[in-house]
Design a binder for this molecule. Structure first.
Ligand code: SF4
Ligand code: SF4
Length: 452
C-alpha cells in the first residue's frame, strides 16, 4: 500500500471530461488470431516516405522487413510483416488517417502465419554500444503508439547541442482520452517492459532521470510500477509522477509542465524543455525489440463505445482490417452505430467504413451511438471566447478559424496555428459547433505543404 501522500500535479486550463473508461478498465488484453489477410501500410510514421521492399508473389515471414526509407538517411522507420504468407498485391488502400496510401496485402499462411518468424537476434542493452542500441530501436520500427506515430529513435537521438540540456525522460502513461485503456493495460500487464524500455532510453541518451507519468484515475498502478522499478534497482533514477485527470494531460507539453514545471516554448519541442517523452506502449515495444528481437508487428488497443456490445482490450497483428476482427473481439450493435472512430473521441479520426487496417498508432477504436456524438451542424461564431479560455496551448482558436475561413494562412499561423496540438478542446467547448480542430488540421497540412 502506498504510504506517502503524493502530490498530484497538473497544467493550467484543460477540461474535465466524462471518461467512460469503466467498460474496459482493468480488463486483460485478449489476443486476436492472425486474420486471413493483413493490409500493411508502407508509411505508418510521421516523417519521410518509405518504399516497399517486396514484390507481388514474394513469401514473407512474420517480422520480416517489407518497407523502409525511400531515401537513405531520411527520417523514417521500417515496416514489417505481421503474418507469414504471400504478398498478393501492393496497391493504394484507405488508411486510418482517412487518406489513401500504398499498402502491402499479405495473404497469411494458415499453417505458419504466426510460427514462421524472422525476428532479430536479442540484443543486450547493457553491453551493446549506444549506436547499436539506437539502430535497434529504428530497425524495430518503433513509433509513438499513443497516436502521434513519431519515430522513437529520432526522439532518442537529438542534436548534440540539445542532448546536453536534456535531463529527464518521461514515460507517458496519462492516457487522457475518454474510453481508451490501452496504456493502462500495458502498465498492468507489462510493467517490467515499460521500466526496461525506460532504462534502454536512458542508456542511449545518457539521461539520468526518468518519470513515469499517469493520471490519478490510474493510481492503483503506482505500487505495480514502483515494484518493477525496485526490482530493476532503479529507485534512484525512476519515479512515478501522478497528474490530475484532466484533458489533455497526456499531451507532451502538458505532461512536461505538470511533471517538471517547465514550458515547451512556442514552436519548440520537448527537448527544448530538457525532456524526451515516450508513450508507455512504445517503451514496452522497445524493450521487446531488445529482449525478444521482436519488431513492432502487433499492437494492443481498446475497442469500446456505446455501439460495441462487448468492450475489450485486444492485441492484433498490425494490418488487421477492422471488419475482419472475429465477432468475439468486436461485437457491434449496428442498429445504434453512428460513428466509427480510430483513436479516442477527442483526437481520433472518424471513418466512413470498417475496411481500414489497424496501424502502429491505432490506440483504440470507438464505436459511438447517436447519444454519444454531437450534432455536426455548424452555426455562426457568437464570440463567447470559450474556445480561447479552454485552449491548453493558450491560442486563439476563434481568430485562427476566421483567418482560415478567409483563406489567410499567414494570419492563422500568426495566431498560433502551428502550435495547435489538435486536442479538440476548443471544438468540444464551442456552443456554435464550429469544426475548429478539423479546420486546424487541414490548415496545418496546407502550411507544411507550403514549407516543403
Ligand atoms: S485544438 Fe488547438 S486550438 Fe483547439 S484547444 Fe486544442 S490546442 Fe487549442
Ligand atoms: S467557442 Fe465557438 S462561438 Fe465561442 S468564440 Fe470560440 S469559435 Fe466562437
Amino acid at each position: 500500500m502506498e504510504s506517502v501522500k503524493r502530490k498530484i500535479k497538473t497544467f493550467k486550463r484543460g477540461l474535465l471530461l466524462p471518461m467512460r473508461k469503466s467498460a474496459t478498465e482493468g480488463k486483460a488484453v485478449e489476443t486476436a488470431p492472425v486474420p486471413k489477410q493483413v493490409v500493411i501500410p508502407v508509411n505508418q510514421h510521421f516523417g519521410a516516405p518509405n518504399q516497399a521492399l517486396v514484390t507481388v508473389g514474394d513469401y514473407v515471414k512474420r517480422g520480416q522487413k517489407i518497407a523502409d526509407a525511400a531515401k537513405p538517411g531520411s527520417m523514417t522507420v521500417p515496416v514489417h510483416a505481421s503474418a507469414a504468407g504471400v504478398v498478393k498485391k501492393i496497391e493504394m488502400h484507405l488508411q486510418s488517417n482517412n487518406t489513401l496510401g500504398l499498402c502491402v496485402f499479405v495473404e497469411s499462411d494458415p499453417e505458419k502465419a504466426e510460427s514462421d518468424t524472422d525476428f532479430m537476434p536479442p540484443l543486450d542493452p547493457q553491453t551493446a554500444s549506444k549506436e547499436d542500441c539506437l539502430a535497434r530501436v529504428r530497425e524495430a520500427g518503433v513509433v509513438g503508439m499513443g497516436g502521434a506515430g513519431f519515430p522513437s529513435y529520432v526522439k532518442l537521438s537529438p542534436p548534440t547541442e540539445k542532448l546536453g540540456k536534456i535531463d529527464t525522460i518521461i514515460a507517458d502513461g496519462a492516457e487522457c482520452e475518454p474510453y481508451l485503456t490501452t496504456d493502462e493495460a500495458t502498465m498492468t500487464e507489462k510493467p517490467h517492459r515499460v521500466v526496461q524500455g525506460l532504462a534502454i532510453s536512458m542508456r542511449i541518451t545518457g539521461v539520468k532521470r526518468a518519470i513515469i507519468g499517469m493520471e490519478d484515475n490510474k493510481k492503483s498502478l503506482i505500487p505495480i510500477m514502483e515494484r518493477e522499478i525496485r526490482l530493476a534497482g532503479l529507485e534512484d533514477a525512476i519515479t512515478v509522477g501522478l497528474c490530475r485527470t484532466r484533458y489533455p494531460q497526456g499531451g507532451e507539453k502538458m505532461l512536461i509542465t505538470a511533471l517538471t514545471g517547465r514550458e515547451v516554448p512556442s514552436g519548440g519541442l520537448p527537448m527544448d524543455a530538457g525532456c524526451i517523452v515516450q508513450n508507455v506502449g512504445s517503451l514496452a515495444t522497445i524493450a521487446e525489440a531488445f529482449y525478444l528481437g521482436k519488431p513492432l508487428i502487433d499492437r494492443d488497443l481498446t475497442v469500446s463505445g456505446g455501439a460495441c456490445r462487448i468492450p475489450k482490450n485486444i492485441r492484433v497483428p498490425i494490418g488487421t482490417i477492422l471488419m475482419d476482427l472475429p465477432e468475439e473481439f468486436m461485437k457491434i450493435d449496428y442498429h445504434s452505430l453512428k460513428k466509427i472512430l480510430f483513436g479516442g473521441p477527442m483526437m481520433g479520426v472518424s471513418m466512413a467504413t470498417m475496411d481500414v487496417p489497424i496501424q502502429k498508432n491505432t490506440s483504440g477504436v470507438v464505436l459511438m451511438t447517436a447519444a454519444e456524438t454531437t450534432s455536426d451542424v455548424e452555426g455562426p461564431c457568437i464570440h463567447c471566447s470559450r474556445c480561447i479560455r479552454n485552449c491548453p496551448c493558450r491560442l486563439s482558436p476563434a481568430l485562427m478559424n476566421i483567418a482560415l475561413e478567409s483563406g489567410d494562412l499567414d494570419s492563422a499561423v500568426m495566431a498560433g496555428l502551428m502550435d495547435c496540438m489538435e486536442c479538440g478542446s476548443c471544438a468540444y467547448m464551442c456552443p456554435a459547433r464550429i469544426k475548429l480542430v478539423q479546420r486546424f488540421r487541414v490548415g496545418k497540412q496546407l502550411m507544411r505543404r507550403r514549407q516543403k
